[in-house]
Design a protein around this ligand. Structure first.
Ligand code: ATP
Length: 493
């Protein structure tokens, strides 16, 4: 049976009247979505708008308090019937759902082998499947050793081989570099030509225009609009998301006063994936580090804030050496960080917003009331959508968790900020305010190092160092053109 939506196109999936509550929080309030078969349909909204909650309903991970889901006009299976859901829909999350210690072949057929497993057959079938979907990884490779790009392709192949023709991609580009994003989009286009339907979630609005035909906007748990992408301007899209007219302005800090006094000095630093790097960041200066995933930029930043031990060279703050490979020592020396992975290095999921945001200064904040009041300040300053300072961070949406990480980095009033992908998963409006915070910190005389794949994050920088295979290959002062920076990142300058 084929369902038809209002304008006569067959519907791959349709959800109507969906309401989901978490205690007092209404995450979805009587929303609907209808995705036409063969469409790539974007779902966008500010942090906490309800996107991930809808995904959990559309994948059968959560029963809504009210509402219905239908695939091709047929009611969704019962929640317990996981096999039936796998045939209808799959979601590739930002965080892998594959078992890292198992091989690609084992992951591909997880929960699907009969009782008797023939390993040689499993490997052969996996190899055939990978070839069919043009995924260039070895069936016996451990999933833990794959890149994010390879892992996503394996998960897409797994979904398609289970029979699903509707795939949800939840912020798939957040951890990919430019060329990998283009390869993912090419892959999506060719699967779409074969009849696969996508629901695509991203905070990068230009991606919506590049790869989607239809867009649905949710705001504060409500459906705001569904429209063809081609007829919707970017300002109108942002207005639907934020409820406010007027474009966005990322501060570029061009008028920021600069001093020549170095706060951070990196001298002859070598470590995993980078060699003999020297540079300084002055008071009031924001320096960007750009490069591909293999450039060594993350490893360099992680060595500066003490997560990795250097194999040579030194890091100093205000002329004093900081002991390497020791995060608490770096913190005491005045280096605050937003780490690369908020799930592993950023937050303690069970602790509250107040506790997480104050973690770098906990020894000085002993009174519970003081803790709560600093939590309330963080919620207001960083525009965190939450029920209150006592709410555990595990209850927050991804983007709002990222804002708590930023609050935590700044709580100890560090002299140096090392920020890795500081706006990852953060909506357009919040991005503007987080970058405003970086600008304000620099104006207050702090030194900042911003490592990012996002050009908007790099625009706030006074200069950008481009790394390629662990060495600085180019340096751009403010005012660079996108094309020249991207060419340098890709090693073409
Ligand atoms: N397990 C939970 N307990 C309590 N509240 C929750 C829980 N999960 C989500 N919420 C709340 O529901 C709302 C919607 O969250 P959701 O994760 O769906 O937002 P989102 O649109 O995906 O945001 P983001 O863009 O940041 O990923 C938020 O206010 C969030 O705090």
């Amino acid at each position: 049976m084929t369902a038809l939506d209002g304008v006569g196109a067959p519907t791959a999936v349709e959800a109507t009247g969906v309401t989901v509550r978490f205690g007092r929080t209404v995450a979805l309030d009587d929303v609907h979505i209808s995705v036409a078969a063969g469409d790539t349909h974007a779902l966008v909204g500010r942090n906490g708008a309800g996107k991930s909650t809808l995904v959990s309903v559309l994948t059968g991970m959560r029963a809504p308090d009210a509402g219905e889901v239908r695939f091709g006009g047929v009611d969704a299976p019962g929640l317990a019937d996981r096999a039936a859901w796998r045939e209808k829909v799959a979601c590739v999350y930002q965080k892998s759902t594959a078992v890292p210690e198992l091989s690609v072949a084992e992951n591909l057929f997880l929960n699907r082998q009969g009782r008797l497993i023939s390993w040689s057959r499993l490997r052969r079938q996996a190899a055939e499947l990978l070839e069919q979907y043009e995924v260039a990884v070895h069936p016996e490779a451990r999933v833990a050793d794959l890149t994010v790009e390879q892992r996503q392709l394996v998960e897409i192949a797994r979904a398609l081989s289970a029979g699903a023709r509707f795939i949800i991609l939840d912020e798939p580009t957040a951890q990919l570099d430019g060329p990998a994003i283009e390869r993912l989009f090419d892959r999506m286009r060719s699967l779409q030509a074969d009849g696969v339907t996508f629901l695509f979630i991203s905070h990068h609005l230009q991606e919506i225009y590049e790869v989607c035909q239809t867009v649905t906007v949710y705001r504060d748990a409500k459906h705001i609009l569904t429209a063809p992408v081609a007829g919707l301007s970017k300002p109108d899209l942002i207005e639907a998301m934020t409820g406010e007219a007027g474009g966005l302005g990322v501060p570029d800090g061009a008028d920021r006063p600069r001093s020549s006094v170095p706060v951070l000095t990196v001298d002859g630093l070598s470590g995993d994936g980078f060699e003999d790097l020297s540079f300084t960041v002055a008071a009031g200066e924001v320096v960007g580090l750009a490069g591909s995933a293999s450039s060594g930029k993350h490893e360099l930043a992680e060595t500066v804030y003490g997560l990795r031990a250097p194999s040579g060279g030194t890091v100093s703050v205000h002329g004093s050496h900081v002991r390497g490979g020791d995060v608490p020592a770096a913190l005491r020396a005045g280096i605050g960080c937003v780490p690369r992975d908020r799930h592993h290095q950023g937050l303690v999921a069970d602790l509250s917003i107040a506790e997480n945001a104050s973690m770098t200064v906990l020894s000085t904040l002993v009174r519970k009331s003081a803790l709560r009041s600093s939590g309330r300040t963080a919620i207001a300053e960083y525009d965190i959508k939450a029920a209150g300072p006592d709410q555990p961070v595990s209850d927050l949406s991804g983007g709002n968790q990222q804002k708590v990480v930023m609050a935590r980095a700044l709580a100890a009033d560090p002299a140096v900020l090392v920020l890795i992908n500081p706006t990852a998963g953060v909506d357009v409006k919040s991005k503007e305010s987080l970058l405003g915070v970086v600008d304000a910190q620099a104006r207050a005389g702090k030194a900042a190092l911003v490592v990012s794949d996002e050009l908007d994050d790099l625009r706030v920088c006074d200069r950008v160092l481009v790394l390629f295979h662990g060495r600085v290959v180019a340096e751009f002062d403010r005012g660079w053109r996108d094309g020249e920076l991207i060419a340098a990142i890709e090693g073409m300058s």
